[in-house]
Design a protein around this ligand. Structure first.
Ligand code: ATP
Ligand code: MG
Length: 253
């Protein structure tokens, strides 16, 4: 029975996709069966794993809206034991088309229930919004990893995210946990980075991962080659950090 991890932050560009894809790569390298679910119509996680679909090609949209079997949509990545439930831009339509549909917030949970026994970990990469797709991610998840960029306005929007998590707990997913905030793009030479890290550790009302993800060029370059950092530059400090995060997650859940 897979553990289901949502990677979420309504703020854009904080490292959600980088975290979801590289955490998945390391968990699979450690012998776990992993499914990455691309819940973002930008389809960045899909292309990071070198899967490229036409806009209307069978993707998560068809599972959420048309009731297509997820097995027919899932693709293998180049890494053993690491699959992807891909997105394409048509997924954006699901956010609109599901409004007014019964149990619209639980569609993803229903889809994942069908395949949960096939994996050890299911990781959901969320879009940068608090719309219906993201709510589906929150309802389907057991626990959350919240990447926070060590930059100006890092904490912006976190209050609203926490309120949304609270609402989901009160209605559809009372057991939803926060596994932790993950500090990303940390630059130890930069005072601001250290200030943000201290501020988060002091003020965030929940756990913060011990692992801190440094700013690392290889993490930014790997997706353009359709590779995770594990494949692209396994000796880099970014790779080591995601390896450490995977170990931390394995010990936690
Ligand atoms: P979106 O909200 O648009 O989905 P996101 O939260 O998924 O964005 P990413 O796509 O993971 O964020 O990262 C944003 C950009 O920063 C990307 O170009 C990515 O390659 C780069 N990046 C992410 N993490 C790091 C890092 N630790 N070091 C250097 N670059 C990084
Ligand atoms: Mg993303």
């Amino acid at each position: 029975m897979a553990r289901i991890i949502g990677v979420i932050n309504a703020k854009g560009g904080v490292g959600k996709t980088t975290t979801a894809s590289n955490l998945g790569a390391y968990l699979s390298a450690m012998g776990k069966y992993v499914l990455l679910v691309d819940l973002d119509p930008q389809a960045n996680a899909t292309s990071a794993l070198d899967v490229h679909l036409a806009d209307d090609h069978l993707n998560l949209y068809h599972a959420l809206v048309d009731g297509q079997e997820p097995e027919a949509i899932i693709r293998k990545s180049r890494l053993m034991g690491f699959d992807i439930l891909p997105a394409a831009s048509s997924l954006a339509g699901a956010g609109v088309e599901l409004v007014g549909v019964d149990e619209r917030e639980s569609r993803l949970k229903k889809v994942l229930d069908k395949i949960r026994t096939n994996y050890d970990y299911i990781i959901i990469d969320s879009p940068p919004s608090l719309g219906l797709l993201t709510i589906n991610g929150l309802v389907a998840s057991e626990g959350l990893v919240i990447p926070v960029q060590c930059e100006y306005f890092a904490l912006e929007g976190l209050g609203q995210l926490l309120q949304t998590i609270e609402l989901v707990r009160k209605s559809l997913n009372p057991q939803l946990k926060i596994y932790g905030v993950l500090l990303t793009m940390f630059d130890r030479r930069n005072t601001l980075s250290r200030q943000v890290a201290n501020e988060v550790e002091k003020n965030f009302p929940g756990p913060v991962f011990e692992t801190i993800i440094p700013r690392c060029v290889s993490l930014a370059e790997a997706p353009s080659y359709g590779k995770t950092v594990f494949q692209f530059d396994p000796g880099s400090k970014g790779a080591k950090a995601y390896h450490q995060l995977a170990r931390e997650i394995l010990n936690l859940i």
